[in-house]
Design a protein around this ligand. Structure first.
Ligand code: DLZ
Length: 171
């Protein structure tokens, strides 16, 4: 299993594009806030570390992960965000509610990405236990908020690059 082997959030910091000039939206779910606030912290710090301006990072909170896509749409419309990062944590319970939420959020964010032609990043933890969540929110397996930030920067920069005259991208 991949998570047993490494910190899932490690990445080559030298190969991340400059985030200066990119407008970001971050949508944070209030459910399991002790986890999601850690994800947010990691995400925000990673964006700033790679050059994002604080005035270009727009943050809202929504009640639960199910509301992430609607919140993401609002942020995209209101702030003309180049990339929207959605942060949540859905912990498996006794019923299958987690599956309904996770599939709905994943599908909706994929649809938004296609509709808007810009990244709507799935930064939602889907653990079986609180411990697994903590491990991925600044614990031994890193911080998924950082991964989500890096993905948003890379995809927004790719879109920016494709708008230019280059004929080869990523080589
Ligand atoms: C209802 C619910 C449950 C049981 N569990 C979670 C969870 O683990 N993580 C999460 O982000 N949200 C949860 N929610 C709330 C739903 O996402 C949503 O806010 C409500 O169903 C209202 O639409």
């Amino acid at each position: 299993m991949a998570s047993a082997l490494k910190n899932l959030s490690s990445y080559d910091e030298q190969n991340i594009p400059d985030a200066k000039g990119i407008v970001f939206g971050i949508v944070v779910s209030e459910w399991n806030s002790e986890i999601t606030h850690q994800l947010y912290q990691g995400c925000y710090e990673a964006l700033v570390k790679h050059g994002a301006k604080e005035e270009n990072i727009h943050v809202i909170q929504v009640p639960g992960s199910f509301e992430l896509p609607a919140g993401a749409r609002m942020v995209a419309d209101r702030f003309k965000a180049d990339a929207v990062i959605c942060l949540g944590c859905v912990i498996k319970g006794e019923t299958s509610h987690n599956e309904y939420i996770n599939y709905a959020v994943a599908n909706s964010l994929a649809n938004l990405s296609m509709m808007f032609g810009r990244p709507f990043v799935f930064g939602v933890l889907t653990p079986d236990t609180q411990e697994q969540a903590l491990d991925r929110a600044g614990g031994k397996h890193g911080n998924k908020g950082v991964e989500a930030a890096v993905t948003a920067i890379r995809m927004a920069a790719l879109r920016r690059e494709l708008g230019g005259a280059k004929s080869k991208i990523g080589f």
